[in-house]
Design a binder for this molecule. Structure first.
Ligand code: SF4
Ligand code: FES
Length: 248
């Protein structure tokens, strides 16, 4: 298969950036999208040119680092991560446009690599349970209703990839924050710090420059872990309730 790639190149955060055109042939339909980029980079290196920078780690759909827009869609044509997107979803002769995430809170560092540390700072604001629990308890010591356990597990699947932000016209991080707030807030261990957690994480999200949710559902449509948008409504209720608790 032969593809025409239009790839975003940007040497650093201050560079204006531009699209660069590459034609690549011999692409197997069994390659992942990242493997196709590996082949392109090998060829660029052989020609003495600089390879295209892109983030990746696990290549198994679990680390969330392989962020890029492919033909205007976060992670490409399938609802999965880029590393789990295969070239069989493209056709011979197709033009493929590859860009980094576009969001003020995710500045472009180089080519397709963006700085997603804003997500880390939101997590650091409250996405943890700080009590010292000593040794790990037996899982059955603390009964958790099955529905709550399953819902918490759904939320805990978020891999922090940022596709929800990239797909949203407001660059809203509410699906990510709602997932992180909910996976602890639904469990008994998360209750003592529940109010402070949601207030701190939402405040940090706003401070980092993410936009607000206007119910576009683009986040849900591209989330590789199928986190449902109703977690955002749950977070909003949690936030309102927590903001009404008088401070001591
Ligand atoms: S909510 Fe989904 S799209 Fe957003 S960061 Fe988590 S896994 Fe990625
Ligand atoms: S490289 Fe880890 S999710 Fe794609």
């Amino acid at each position: 298969m032969k593809l025409h790639l239009k790839v975003w190149r940007q040497s650093g955060p201050q560079d204006k950036g531009r699209f660069e055109l590459h034609t690549i042939d011999g692409v197997s339909s069994d390659m992942s999208f990242l493997e196709m980029l590996d082949v392109l980079n090998d060829r660029l290196l052989a020609q003495g040119k600089s390879p295209i920078a892109f983030d990746h780690d696990c290549r198994e759909g679990i680390c969330g680092s392989c962020s890029m827009m492919i033909n205007g869609r976060a992670h490409g044509p399938t609802r999965g991560t880029t590393c789990q997107t295969y070239m069989r979803n493209f056709h011979d002769g197709q033009t493929v446009v590859i860009e980094p995430w576009r969001a003020r809170a995710f500045p472009v560092m180089c080519d397709l690599v963006v700085d997603r540390s804003a997500f880390d700072r939101i997590q650091q604001a409250g996405g943890y349970v700080s009590v010292n629990t000593g040794g790990a308890q037996d899982g059955n010591c603390l009964p958790v209703p099955k529905d709550d356990a399953e819902r918490a597990m759904d939320a805990a699947q978020c891999i922090g990839c940022g596709a929800c932000v990239a797909a949203c016209k407001n660059a809203s991080a509410m699906l990510f924050v709602a997932a992180k707030v909910s996976h602890l807030g639904l469990l008994p261990q998360g209750q003592p710090e529940r109010a402070g957690r949601v207030l701190a994480m939402v405040a940090k999200m706003d401070e980092e420059g993410f936009g607000n949710c206007t119910n576009q559902y683009e986040c849900e449509a591209v989330c590789p872990k199928s986190i449902p948008a109703d977690f955002i409504a749950r977070m909003n209720r949690d936030h309102l309730g927590s903001s009404l608790i008088p401070s001591e």
